[in-house]
Design a protein around this ligand. Structure first.
Ligand SMILES: Nc1ncnc2c1ncn2[C@@H]1O[C@H](COP(=O)(O)OP(=O)(O)OP(=O)(O)O)[C@@H](O)[C@H]1O
Length: 262
């Protein structure tokens, strides 16, 4: 069944420390539609990564989700039901996501087992997903270990695994930050193409407004754990309402020596 929308409602994450609790994500509500890239932007520490981690129940120790729900097409789902089945993750540093002593073939096997798939069909789908992700010689790549691959190749492999999972939504947390500029652009082009071809809904966490301009359809801006502004990408760049959004846009434009258009 195709999913149309992932809805986060009233998400709250707290850090627990000896003197009490601090809200890190404070009542976040968002809807991610199939076939769109929703960029989640904001200053470092504003709660972007925590929002994604809380949805999938992969929060770091010392923090916990205390409220909120995630629904697919109106049906509330547990993090276990979402993780890897409805939502695939692409991380900033793909190297940390792969076991250094396992080949790509072993990683693929593990991913297929996790979603209960096997056999020739599944293997053919892996080969196709790898090609779709820009890995032209799948057989050779399957034999490689992480240390034999560049960051760009590993990111493509993560994307291929996301495709194999058939999850309709992807959480991509700073997916290009650790890559050189040429590979960054290739990965952004790839995500854009997959969004169109496969109708994926992508929640893109980034602090790079250049990436937002290239890829996003809509933008949600976070500050201190809250969403302070959402809008279409053109609105956000041309008529930002909130001071934080204006400064993000202004910083981006000044980086390229452009006038403030707001
Ligand atoms: N393990 C932790 N325990 C307590 N607080 C944490 C922990 N990890 C992160 N935080 C805090 O949670 C808040 C939100 O962090 P988060 O990583 O979500 O921000 P972010 O917007 O993704 O930032 P960045 O762009 O730097 O990744 C920050 O104030 C951060 O210091």
């Amino acid at each position: 069944m195709t999913a149309h929308a992932l809805t986060i409602e009233g998400l709250r994450v707290e850090a627990i420390h000896p003197h009490g609790r601090t809200a890190l994500v404070d009542g976040v509500s968002l809807t991610l539609h199939a076939g769109e890239v929703l960029a989640l932007v904001g200053a470092s520490g504003s709660g972007k990564s925590m929002t994604c981690a809380a949805c999938l129940d992969v929060l770091p120790p010392g923090t916990r989700r205390v409220a909120g729900s995630v629904a697919i097409d109106g049906n509330v789902r547990t993090a276990f039901e979402l993780r890897g089945r409805q939502v695939a993750s692409i991380l900033q540093n793909p190297r940390t996501a792969f076991n250094p002593v396992r080949s790509m073939r072993e990683h693929v096997g593990e991913s297929l087992r996790a979603i209960g798939r096997r056999g020739a069909d599944a293997r053919a789908e892996v080969t196709q997903a790898m090609r779709d992700a820009g890995l032209d010689d799948p057989e050779r790549v399957l034999g490689l270990f992480p240390f034999e691959m560049s960051g760009g190749m590993l990111q493509r492999m993560m994307i291929a695994l996301a495709l194999v999972s058939r999850a309709p939504f992807i959480f991509a947390d700073e997916p290009t930050t650790d890559l050189d500029l040429i590979v960054q652009r290739e990965i952004l082009d790839l995500l854009d193409r997959l969004k169109g071809e496969r109708g994926l809904g992508i929640l893109l966490v980034t602090h790079d407004m250049g990436v937002v301009a290239r890829l996003a359809d809509r933008v949600a801006v976070m500050e201190h754990g809250r969403i302070i502004e959402t809008g279409g990408v053109m609105e956000i760049f041309h008529a930002p309402q909130h001071a934080v959004t204006r400064s993000l846009v202004a910083a981006h434009l000044s980086l390229y020596g452009l006038e403030d258009v707001a």
